[in-house]
Design a binder for this molecule. Structure first.
Ligand code: ZN
Length: 314
């Protein structure tokens, strides 16, 4: 049976590119691993943040577009994106969030220390203390590797039909049901990053796509052969997967599960070092071949952005 290792990446929509970089690179200390454009709308950036090497399971991506209307978090969406922080680093992160005046709540869920807050566009995030997952070797002036976010801990799915989404996680993606606590159904995948997936039972309102919401969640496939197997399985089970698309850093297919959430399955290879070396990941605007002819125009019209140190508590 096919089993995903877990989340490959999560993609969300926001309004301001610089504010997005300041938060994910500056406050959270993730590495901007790829600066490119939306291949379907090249006048909009596509920014990727992850661990030092941009491993699948660590990568959140954004389409920052100023004119985009604000969305609403609700059913048919990924409601919460969870990150793993090293065991014992909660106090560091609480101090750090406080120093940037980010409001948060702290609680224990399934026995894990959890800090919940929103990013500047309203996306719901959690930092979860967990010993699982490799250490992130990327550090900044303010965030040493011993405190650095390792990658995704998982996600909370706000499904419009929780039990149908449960079936997709189990029967298509090969996740194991762990148990239920209050309003949460919990699942686990075979990997150690992006591996704990929750379904929130009885979520309240219908989500509206727009700035401050997650656009889709992608699951890991080992390679293109496995992706083709998944495509066949989806068709057999009555879903309508897209053709396999070349996203430069991975191959992917997309389908809507019955709870309304857009799912993608994406290959690990070739990865984010396909067009630039590890040392300089994210420093240059990378374009697919067919957009190279428009480089000059794009570099002039895309907003100027930079990675900058914001200080804050160490
Ligand atoms: Zn994607």
């Amino acid at each position: 049976m096919l089993k995903t290792l877990g989340i490959h990446h999560i993609t969300a929509m926001v309004n301001d590119a610089q504010r997005n970089i300041d938060f994910y690179a500056g406050v959270l200390g993730l590495r901007l691993i790829k600066k490119t454009v939306n291949f379907d709308r090249p006048e909009v950036y596509h920014l990727y943040f992850g661990n030092e090497t941009g491993d699948p399971g660590t990568v959140i991506t954004f389409f920052p577009w100023e004119q985009q209307l604000k969305g609403r978090i609700g059913t048919g969406q990924v409601g919460v994106t969870k990150y793993i922080i090293p065991t014992g680093s909660s106090a560091f992160w609480e101090n750090r969030l406080s120093s940037f005046e980010v409001e948060f709540t702290s609680f224990v869920l399934f026995g894990e220390k959890t800090i919940k807050f929103s990013d500047p566009d309203g996306l719901q995030l959690e930092l979860v203390e967990r010993s699982e997952g490799p250490v992130n070797t990327w550090s900044t002036d303010e965030i040493a590797t011993e405190n650095a976010i390792k990658g995704f801990g998982g996600a909370v799915l706000y499904s419009a039909q929780p039990h149908k989404t449960k079936a997709v996680l189990e029967d298509i993606l090969g996740l194991e049901f762990v148990g239920q606590q209050e309003e949460i159904l919990r699942f686990r995948s075979a990997g150690d990053l992006g591996n704990i997936i929750d379904i929130q039972l009885h979520p309240s309102i219908r989500g509206l796509m727009g700035a401050g919401t997650v656009h889709h969640i992608a699951w890991r496939a080992k390679d293109e052969a496995e992706l083709l197997e998944w495509r066949a399985l989806l068709e057999e089970k009555g879903y309508y997967p897209t053709e396999i698309r070349d996203r430069n850093y991975f191959k992917a297919l997309y389908f809507h599960e019955e709870g309304g959430i857009l799912f993608e399955i994406a290959t690990n290879p070739p990865g984010f070092t396909a067009d630039e070396p590890i040392d300089t990941l994210g420093s240059k605007l990378m374009l697919p071949e067919w957009l190279e002819a428009k480089r000059e125009e794009l570099e002039q019209t895309l907003p100027k952005i930079e990675i900058r140190s914001l200080g804050g508590d160490k």
